[in-house]
Design a protein around this ligand. Sequence first.
Ligand code: KG4
Ligand code: ZN
Length: 357
Amino acid sequence: MLVLGIETTCDETAAAVVERQADGQARILSNVVRSQTDEHARFGGVVPEIAARAHVDLLDGIVDSAMKEAGIGYQQLSAVAAAAGPGLIGGVIVGLTTAKAIAMVHDTPLIAVNHLEAHALTPRLTCALAFPYCLFLASGGHTQIVAVVGVGEYVRLGTTVDDAMGEAFDKVAKMLSLPYPGGPEVERAAAGGDPTRFAFPRPMLGRPDANFSLSGLKTAVRNEASRLEPLEPQDISDLCASFQAAVLEATADRLTVGLRLFEERFGTPRALVAAGGVAANHAIRSALQDVAAKAQTTLIIPPPALCTDNGAMIAWAGAERMALGLTDTMEAPPRARWLLDANAKAPAGHANSRAGY
Ligand code: KG4
Ligand code: ZN
């Protein structure tokens, strides 16, 4: 089975061709990603309108490259999959419409993939992981703990009630005048800082649910930063280190609870899987390693290029759905919001538009 996957929900324009063999083994034939970081950097964050226009300009060329690199023709495709949400609606429309056009012209099945489902199924693309497993997804738009029980069977165990984790890193970077995207910059600055200099709050610590909250922590950093003005480089490093220490402790606590909730409902997870840009953070990785070890499970973090937004994960999720006969019609709608867990409700106090709960 050969599936073309298209990803345009945020600021990556991406397309890939993935092969799924009858035994469920996967092979990535091409995976072309064009990040728009430069287009958005001077605004300190993703600008939806700029992203949508860039997707329009770039997508045809990216799809063409993905097909050429894979060395196949459109007639050989078993399906075309696109991320139909959740995400910035302009970009979602561009990707889904392109997929529909390809499906129509080449008389190929269409699969409208939930972007979060694609992140959730990525470890089955990279290492054929069996169900059930626990996913920790932390990116600029999402912070969720999800029980991945089967294809199409996801139970959200925890989510952020305000900012996404990557968003909090980006906002802290911005208030300290560090460049965008802020996560890697904060991590770098934190490496030379004192994590104990500022006692920032550890949000949600000890709560019986597995939800996250990051906006109070971010405000605490802002208050401390304005108190210290003008900031010396050491102040910036100490603020970053103390912020990151608070995120680490909150993450470890929330995931420990999440894994306990998982165990109660689904038994021991086959693995704890981390995905999303924040999973690139070395301090977070080692905190996750400890959490997994304590819960007697293995930590799996797909390679960075498959952890962050890409077309291969969309193609793979499409292939997994296709293998179960789950295809979509031309009426499949683009969606700004699309819960992975149909039974999950927005957490109380949710106020943020990018957190994509
Ligand atoms: O998954 P991703 O590439 O894209 C989406 O958000 O969809 O995640 C990007 C996010 C950004 O907020 C970025 O600041 C954060 O991941 N990030 C990090 C690190 N690298 C990227 N956050 C903390 N530490 C890092 N090393
Ligand atoms: Zn994503």
